[in-house]
Design a protein around this ligand. Sequence first.
Ligand code: DAH
Length: 358
Amino acid sequence: MSDLQALETEITAAIEAAGDMAALEAVRVASLGKKGSVSALMKSLGGMSPDERKEMGPKLNGLKQTIGEAIAARTQGLRNAELEARLAEEKIDVTLPIRPESQGTIHPVSQVWDEVVQIFADLGFSVAEGPHIETDFYNFEALNIPPEHPARQEHDTFYFNPRDDGSRMVLRTHTSPVQIRTMETEEPPIRIIAPGRTYRCDSDQTHTPMFHQVEGLVIDETTHLGHLKWCLEEFCKAFFEVDEVKMRFRASHFPFTEPSMEIDIGCSWEGGQVKIGTGDDWLEILGSGMVHPKVISASGLDPEKYQGFAFGMGIDRIAMLKYGIPDLRAFFEADLRWLRHYGFSAFDVPELAGGLSR
Ligand code: DAH
């Protein structure tokens, strides 16, 4: 084997053996670099006789080219391997959940809101909505609360500045205005619930300036007090997830219902924790009654023909009762530790078939 062939074999072996770009570069410098072995041979051409040069010139050029090509091929090989390794390492399984653990929780108000909607949907109710900024007519007047009525004082209303005509908009103090709006726009039979935000200028352990209510309304030609009792009994059993709930229908007064009842549920206290359903204590959970004929006619329906019942319930309040949450104000403080403790998994969607709260 000639020296040149031996050199070629040696260098191409070194090229093949180079495990990374740095090693390959070292081989290139040692052969084709300024002081490399092949470059030194190229330089020696100058000192040769014309005949020698004629013979050696093409051979050396061939060697240089072979080595250059081998280096180029190895470079490509190393780059491909590098890319393969990166692709393998950075592989993403797109079928995995976005986060290994879900970080957020569903707020107890949202959870209870969904539970209430589920239960009443099962009883044939649909969900209605109304604006949070209301006129005096919808919030009071049409609900049989005229301007001088004492019930207005109890509502701690947030009023907006007077408009040009002197009238003032209010932040709705209850969800009852949705009753009027629904009767105005829908033909009986009507069967709706209206969950939503309500506002009163009040703040302590059990009151916040913004809170949540759910209104219920059933209007047709035959619905009576017995239906009201049955419906709310069914609701309480489903909501508190117990087979029997002791209930007390207590005579009361609301301007928009006649007769009116407040509903209490039986409970007992064990070690500071309330147990719903049985026991000798009572907890008030909602107001209700047969819709006042004046309210029906204020909504544009004929009270001689139509009748029905309505109820109103605090969503935050029943959330506190069901889930043993002591302070209402914490609901709206956005404290992550509180949310982690009292919140619900986003995957546990409340539904009657699978269990409301699991
Ligand atoms: N709107 C009442 C309140 O905020 C609650 C209420 C009571 C609503 C009786 C009703 C009802 O529909 O019939 O205090």
